[in-house]
Design a protein around this ligand. Sequence first.
Ligand code: GDP
Ligand code: IMO
Ligand code: MG
Length: 426
Amino acid sequence: MANTVLVGLQWGDEGKGKIIDVLTREADIVVRFQGGNNAGHTVEIGENKFVLHLIPSGILRPEAQCVIGNGLVVSVTGLQEELAGLEAKGIDISDRLYISDRCQLIFAYHCMADGLKEGQLGDNKIGTTKRGIGPAYADKANRCGIRARDLVRPAELRRKFYIEGAKYNRLFAEFGADQLDLDAEWAKVSEIAERLAPMVADTTLLLNRAAVAGKSILFEGAQGTWLDIDFGTYPFVTSSNTTVGGACTGTGVPPTCIQEVVGVLKAYTTRVGSGPFPTELLDATGELLRTKGGEYGATTGRPRRCGWFDAVASRYSVMLNGVTGIALTKLDVLDQFETLKICTAYELDGEVITDMPSDSEDLARVKPIYEDVPGWCQDTSHVTCYDELPARAKSYIDRLMELIGARLQIVSVGPRRAQTFEAPKK
Ligand code: GDP
Ligand code: IMO
Ligand code: MG
């Protein structure tokens, strides 16, 4: 398999975990390159349902090596919980999970600061996952974050933890918020640090050496393109580069080592948290998409906002990421709709535009222009190859690909491994 980056092309939750699990069959190494445990990547295998937050979804294939790249912000307690959860389900992780020594660590004070900031924003809140992602990336940019390298130097970790913890406690005091009990938190952290220390490595060397040795690397993106800190619907975004460039900066693997970019697209659109969403449906149809698609957050359980497929914004995502193939997911969720709508253009201040505006306030004002497409009103969840799809489902997919200017590579018609098939090569 070629070295492949997989990214979400919408607002996250496109089904990346499922597609990563399928592609890992042919990969030697799976690496996460940005974000943290704000991600919730679901993989269903048999009766078991796994939700991965920090650990690459490739961990569920026993032969795969997995890497938490330098671009992540890693919750020490979150990672420990996730490891324990996987082990309880019989997944053997020993000697195949590596944590970049350059990762930034998230501590309880980051989560408390995240919650405090959201509270202060009131109605303008971003609707974060409150996992401390923004504060941890801010510390990284402010050059006061604590890196995973210190997990193997307990005295240094302790020194920095108390300095940073005290700084946050002063901030909490200023706003009359609860303080973090640093001693109690340190007792927890120091115990976990000992467990994690053997996994800490210079993963940039590891990955580059593996690439030279001809091993294949799968880069697992988290969140989605429209949540990118630069290209997303700022400020209603996450704090990392969720787009393809993040794969290089978040691992230390150069772009010349990457051959393919798989963009994961849901056959409709969802979003969790605040911010503009041109095709959002606030009616019974939106509710139907939510129910049929099980659209509730894998990390926070929040109901996801739902709407029709947005070809304008998706075309922008295809361009930004240099997508070489699309993995189209959740087609089965549309099985019962008699008519489907695709947003093909926007109207902004009386003008028709076909490119996604870069400004969120403009995007909040656009009105979607729809094209109606007949539904197929047939169950596709048992379909096992492209040719078996109803003709109208194929027409819907063809139209999406035509509008976004991309090649279809994979179709997913359910959460399980077997509910996936390749598209014919055109
Ligand atoms: P991720 O964050 O991109 O990995 O996506 P999530 O795991 O947060 O959300 C996707 C949800 O849809 C999960 O519950 C998956 O099990 C489920 N899923 C993935 N692909 C399909 C599909 O093709 N059809 C259906 N019905 N569900 C799917
Ligand atoms: P996966 O990888 C969907 C959203 C939050 C919020 C914004 C900022 O499962 O697709 P943050 O906690 O990152 O500061 O929140 O980003 N968000 C996600 N939405 N899927 C995700 O991850 C998300 N991770 C963050 O809801 O709007
Ligand atoms: Mg998710």
